[in-house]
Design a protein around this ligand. Structure first.
Ligand SMILES: [Zn+2]
Length: 205
């Protein structure tokens, strides 16, 4: 009898705790929705100019078509300071052509998530200066965009240019893309960096 009484009291306690728990959960805000899987990448390439990603196109084609990896590409400039040997289009119109060609070329090997940071393309000076490229690009602004794309694509691997000048690889935009990619890699997991990107909206509607 005594045992039964204790069991009865235990059951009542459980019911009251369950009721309390239900009341607490009803007051909690809804959980965050899951990330959009359409952005998810196994490999993220951060390249400086439209066509620089093509230097590893063979590897990317194998990764996508043979290994079924998800690849996304961020191009930091749109190549608006490049040459045009087949038409009169220059500057911003040339950038439209190069962006279009990059999207078409990458889609031919199954890569459709292609993003552009829209950093200005710096002219090919005789003396390469990565600081000039970063200054022209508004370094912090470009870095924020790179962090945003890493957070969106959540890659396992980031491929980019070397941040330093090495054996003739000396275009300042190339080094700048490597600097920004490296910095963004370090910052993307820190919620205090560009916190507005990871803050939930106050009013989704
Ligand atoms: Zn380039």
């Amino acid at each position: 009898m005594r045992i039964l009484f204790q069991s009865h009291r235990f059951a009542l306690l459980c019911i009251s705790l369950m009721t309390l728990g239900h009341r607490v959960s009803a007051q909690q805000p809804p959980t965050n929705p899951a990330p959009d899987e359409r952005f998810k990448a196994d490999i993220l390439v951060i390249a400086p100019h439209p066509d620089d990603e093509s230097t590893i196109a063979g590897y990317l084609a194998r990764a996508v078509l043979d290994e079924h990896r998800r690849v996304a590409v961020v191009v930091t400039t749109r190549g608006d300071a490049g040459q045009n040997l087949v038409g009169y289009e220059q500057a911003r119109t040339l950038a439209e052509i190069r962006e279009m060609e990059t999207r078409q070329a990458l889609s031919s090997i199954g890569i459709t998530n292609v993003f552009f940071l829209r950093m200005p393309d710096t002219f090919g000076y005789d003396v390469s200066d990565v600081l000039r490229s970063l200054e022209t690009a508004n370094h912090g602004s470009a870095l924020g965009e790179a962090v945003r794309f890493i957070r969106l694509t959540r890659p396992e691997v980031v491929i980019t240019m070397l941040p330093a000048t090495v054996v003739g690889e000396n275009h300042e935009d190339h080094q700048a893309s490597g600097v920004i990619a490296t910095e963004a890699f370090d910052l993307a997991g820190d919620p205090t960096a560009f916190p507005e990107q990871v803050a939930a909206p106050e009013d989704r509607l």
